[in-house]
Design a protein around this ligand. Structure first.
Ligand SMILES: [Zn+2]
Ligand SMILES: [Zn+2]
Length: 454
């Protein structure tokens, strides 16, 4: 199901890039004759007029979008900008109203799920054979709509407190600074991201740290990342809660169950014609039926996205309080380097695969895979200020966000810049950092191997 308002969405490029530059790197801007970025490793672009800010092939993808899509994206971007101005001006009085409205809208959604389950049980107990079949069908639907609790990770990727006492110790100090409960479990993944969730029957808080992102950050920025993520326990973010999360999940399932299906051609002549008419009428009916869960989902998404984005800005403020405004800004800037990090992985993967090997060609990469991490850090550190500036301006233009649940990264940075700079409240000693690196060492090897096996 589409989630149109949650994500800040791209808009059309400000200027159509010239196709003539892809093969020959120009020294000056074809539009304003200003100097372009001379570094051949990065996109040639003009900081003065923003020529080629978005490279031609990516701009072509944008141009392929329909007018409706672009209008929807523009409207979402405008809403996001408006919300930013409200938050920057300290007007967050709509948050409570939005959460209440979303929670109220979830009531009939859950009521329908309970009614379906109750009807299924009643039909199974009291009905005759055809009614029992219907009851079994309804029970299957109720099972599909059930609230998903998630599962606390175990095994690969999950770190216990005994395995990683220093990392948990640091997270505990950050949590204490924020007035948040200590994290239940930490897991390490191969994503260039991090997240916080509450899972399982016991509602365990789960911090997920994407190792590529962690490796790309310096010590202070890692604290800012921990600060932002653990702040999700105290920033009033209810999106991940069972009540709203499962209501949205149920609506998505209702939409999926009721949406029109692709037509299937059956028979020839009159049979084909009748089948076509039947399909057409059936799909028209399903389209009408599916509009109810679809519209309800959009309203719920709009309400939770708005309140959720306010909560994200609050988490950034809290992250800055933990690690300093400067570190929080640096962490956000690094979030823009996800595709550069991907490039390092691809390059090293190609290099490893091109080496002559004894044994099977598809065997897992050898122990030198951990070279990925220093290469990643070196590559990201070597990205020149002009390319960083391009990425930042680009993020402004296409509304880059870490994911659909976060405001665009440039707005998150802009909001931090509007506040008085804060010093760090929590620091990480060199010894502590070394111990954490040792605790993560097995995961560094495991994840590098996974990423490089591609
Ligand atoms: Zn120019
Ligand atoms: Zn967040």
């Amino acid at each position: 199901m589409p989630t149109p308002s949650a994500a800040p969405l791209p808009t059309a490029p400000a200027q159509a890039p010239s196709p003539s530059v892809s093969s020959d790197r120009p020294r000056s801007c074809p539009t304003c004759s200003g100097p372009v970025d001379p570094d051949p490793r990065f996109t040639a672009w003009c900081p003065a007029c923003e020529w080629n800010l978005v490279p031609a092939e990516e701009a072509a993808r944008e141009c392929a979008k329909s007018a409706k899509e672009l209008a929807r994206e523009r409207a979402a971007a405008e809403r996001t900008e408006r919300l930013f101005e409200e938050v920057a001006a300290g007007r967050t009085d709509t948050t409570r109203r939005d959460w209440l409205a979303a929670s109220a809208l979830a009531v009939p959604v859950h009521a329908v799920t309970v009614a379906v389950a109750a009807a299924a049980v009643w039909l199974l107990v009291t009905g005759n054979t055809p009614l029992r079949c219907l009851g079994a069908l309804l029970l299957a639907v109720a099972f599909l709509l059930r609230p998903r609790l998630g599962r606390a990770p175990s095994g690969t990727g999950a770190l216990s407190r005994t395995e990683a006492p220093a990392l948990y110790g640091l997270a505990d100090r950050v949590a204490a600074e924020l007035g948040a409960p200590p994290v239940g479990v930490i897991q390490v993944t191969e994503d260039f991201n991090a997240s916080m969730a509450v899972v399982g029957l016991r509602r365990t808080s789960m911090l997920t740290i994407g190792l590529p992102l962690w490796e790309a950050l310096d010590e202070r920025q890692r604290l800012a990342l921990l600060g932002h993520e653990l702040a999700h326990q105290v920033n009033g973010d209810n999106r991940r809660g069972l009540w709203l999360g499962s209501a949205m999940g149920a609506l998505a399932h209702w939409y999926d169950l009721s949406r029109p299906r692709e037509r299937t051609r059956a028979g020839y002549g009159v049979v084909a014609l009748l089948s076509l008419i039947g399909d057409y009428l059936g799909n028209a009916f399903l389209h009408l039926v599916s509009q109810l869960p679809y519209r309800a989902y959009l309203v719920l998404d709009r309400l939770t996205a708005r309140a959720g984005q306010q909560a994200e800005y609050r988490a950034d403020e809290l992250g800055a309080r933990v690690a300093s405004t400067e570190a929080a800004g640096g962490m956000l800037e690094t979030l823009l380097l996800g595709s550069a990090a991907g490039t390092v992985t691809m390059r090293l993967r190609a290099e490893i695969q091109s080496r002559p090997r004894s044994g099977r060609r598809d065997a897992a990469p050898g122990p030198d895979v951990t070279a990925l991490w220093p290469q990643l850090r070196e590559h990201l550190a070597a990205i020149p200020p002009l390319e960083r500036e391009r990425l930042l301006r680009r993020s402004r233009q296409d509304g880059h966000a870490v994911d659909a649940s976060h405001p665009p990264t440039h707005l998150r940075r802009a909001l931090l810049a509007r506040h008085t700079p804060l010093p760090a409240a929590v620091t990480c000693t060199a010894n502590e950092a070394t111990t954490i690196a040792t605790e993560l060492a097995p995961h560094r090897t495991r994840i590098a191997r996974t990423l490089l096996a591609g």
